[in-house]
Ligand binder design. Structure first.
Ligand SMILES: Nc1ncnc2c1ncn2[C@@H]1O[C@H](COP(=O)(O)OP(=O)(O)OP(=O)(O)O)[C@@H](O)[C@H]1O
Ligand SMILES: [Mg+2]
Length: 405
C-alpha cells in the first residue's frame, strides 16, 4: 500500500476514535440529565393485586409484617402519604417472606439459550435483550427472582449497546471473548468483566470489534492460550461452567456467521431458539438455515464435541398484519409443528427505535420515548408475552428432563 494511503487510514482512525469518545461522553450526559440511568418500574400496594395477582388482604398483611421485622421497603418520599414504590428487590423479599421458593431453589445450574440464525437482521439481538429484560421483570415471573446473563459474542456488540449505554461506544477490553481466552477464575470474571444493566438481576458480558479478529484466528489463539482444549468447547468450559451457578438463564448472542463463536454456542447451549422473520427474503434464508442445522451439528460433533442441546424452538418475529406475513407464519407452523412459540414479536416501531437510545422497550421511560406511546405499550406487552411463553416452554422441558433423571 502507498504511504499516502497509509497516512490517510491513520488520520481516519484517529478521528474515528476521538469521535467515538465524544459520542460516549454525550450519551452519558444525556442519560444523567434525563435521570433514567436506572430501571424505573416500581409497584404500589394496589399493583401487587392488579398486576401480580396477590390478594389485597395478603399484600397488606405481608407488607405490614415485613415492616414490623424491620425490612426496608421503598416508598415515594415526594408524597405526604409516602405510598409504597416497591422495587424488584422488595418484591423478591416479599415472596421470600411468604416462604415461596424462587427459581434458584429449583434448579442449581443456569439454562443456556442460544437465539441463533445465519440470516442477518432477523432480530436475534433485539429478541435476546428484550427477552432477558422481559423475563426478569414480567409481573408474573417476579417471584422467581431470576438472575440472567447475556453473553455478547458478536463483534458488532449490539447486545452490549442495548444493555449498557456506557460501554456501547468506545473500546471495551474486557469482553466475553477475552474472558474465555484468559480462562479466568469466576470471581475475576464477575469483578472485571460482567456489567450490570439498567435492570437489577440482568447482567451483560460485553463484546467489542476486536473480538472479530480473535474469531478469525480462534484455533491458533486457543492453541496458544488454552493448550489441549478443543476450540469449540472453550466458551462452555472457560466461561459457562464457571458462571452457571450464579445465573438462572444465560443467553448467547452471535453475529450471522458460521464462525468459531457460533460453533461454540452450539456446544454450550441447552436450547436453541431460531427467530423467523416473515418477509420473503428473510423467510427463505431462514428455511435454508433450518435445513442446514443438522450439518452444523454434525460439523461440531466431527470436531470431537458433544452437542447436548435438547430442543430447537422457532419464534416468529417482525410479524405485521399482512397477508403474506400470515402465510409465512402458517408455513413456519407447518415446518416446526409444536416447536414454535405461540407468542410472536410483532414488527414494531418501538422495538426498532429503542436501540437508538441504548434501551430495551422494558427500560425505556415513556416520557423520554420519542415515538408513539401506544406502539411502546404494545411492544412491551408483546415482549412480556414472548418472555413468558419461552419461560413456560423451558419449564416444560426442564421438568421432563428432571423426571428422566
Ligand atoms: N420487531 C421488530 N420490528 C421492527 N424492527 C425490528 C424489530 N426487531 C428488530 N428490529 C430492527 O431490525 C434490525 C435488526 O435487528 P437485530 O439487530 O436484532 O437483528 P440480528 O438478527 O441480531 O442482526 P445481526 O444478524 O446483524 O446480528 C435492527 O435495526 C432492529 O432495530
Ligand atoms: Mg445481532
Amino acid at each position: 500500500m502507498k504511504s499516502d494511503t497509509k497516512r490517510q487510514m491513520q488520520r481516519q482512525k484517529r478521528r474515528a476514535e476521538k469521535m467515538l469518545k465524544d459520542m460516549g461522553k454525550s450519551i452519558d450526559k444525556q442519560k444523567k440529565e434525563q435521570g433514567i440511568a436506572g430501571y424505573y418500574k416500581t409497584y404500589s400496594r394496589g399493583e401487587l393485586t392488579s398486576e401480580l395477582g396477590i390478594s389485597k388482604k395478603t399484600a397488606e398483611s405481608t407488607l405490614n409484617a415485613m415492616q414490623d421485622k424491620g425490612i426496608q421497603l421503598h416508598r415515594d418520599e415526594t408524597k405526604a402519604t409516602r405510598p409504597y414504590k416497591l422495587t424488584l428487590e422488595n418484591i423478591a423479599d416479599f415472596y421470600r417472606f411468604r416462604g415461596e421458593p424462587s427459581y434458584r431453589d429449583k434448579y442449581k445450574k443456569a439454562w443456556v439459550v442460544f437465539i441463533g440464525q445465519l440470516k442477518g437482521g432477523v432480530t436475534k439481538t433485539v429478541s435476546t435483550v428484550s427477552i432477558s429484560h422481559g423475563m426478569r421483570t414480567h409481573p408474573r415471573l417476579l417471584k422467581e427472582n431470576l438472575r440472567i446473563l447475556v453473553v455478547d459474542l458478536d463483534p458488532q456488540a449490539s447486545a452490549t449497546m442495548f444493555l449498557s449505554h456506557k460501554h456501547a461506544i468506545g473500546l471495551v477490553e474486557n469482553t466475553a471473548v477475552q474472558a474465555i481466552l484468559q480462562d479466568l477464575p469466576a470471581e475475576e470474571i464477575k469483578k472485571h468483566f460482567i456489567l450490570e444493566t439498567a435492570v437489577p438481576g440482568v447482567d451483560v458480558l460485553p463484546a467489542s470489534i476486536d473480538d472479530g479478529f480473535a474469531a478469525a484466528s480462534w484455533d491458533d489463539l486457543c492453541a496458544e492460550h488454552l493448550p489441549g482444549m478443543n476450540p469449540n468447547e472453550a466458551l462452555r468450559d472457560c466461561l459457562i461452567k464457571k458462571l452457571e451457578s450464579d445465573y438462572d438463564f444465560i443467553f448467547l448472542d452471535t453475529g450471522p456467521h458460521l464462525d468459531a463463536l457460533l460453533k461454540q454456542c452450539v456446544v454450550a447451549a441447552d436450547m436453541m431458539v431460531t427467530p423467523i422473520a416473515p418477509a420473503q427474503v428473510d423467510f427463505h434464508s431462514s428455511l435454508r438455515y433450518v435445513s442446514r442445522i443438522p450439518d452444523i451439528v454434525e460439523m461440531v460433533e466431527e470436531g470431537g464435541s458433544e452437542v447436548r442441546y435438547h430442543t430447537n424452538i422457532a419464534m416468529m418475529t417482525k410479524l405485521a398484519k399482512k397477508r403474506d406475513h400470515i402465510e409465512a407464519y402458517n408455513d413456519a407452523k407447518e415446518v416446526f409443528g409444536g416447536d414454535i412459540l405461540d407468542a410472536v414479536l410483532p414488527r414494531s416501531d418501538a422495538l426498532e427505535r429503542c436501540g437508538e437510545t441504548f434501551d430495551t422497550v422494558i427500560t425505556i421511560s415513556p416520557s423520554s420515548y420519542d415515538g408513539a406511546k401506544d406502539s411502546l405499550k404494545r411492544a412491551r406487552e408483546a415482549v412480556y408475552d414472548v418472555s413468558r411463553a419461552l419461560f413456560e416452554r423451558i419449564e416444560f422441558i426442564r421438568s421432563d428432563l428432571e423426571e428422566v433423571d
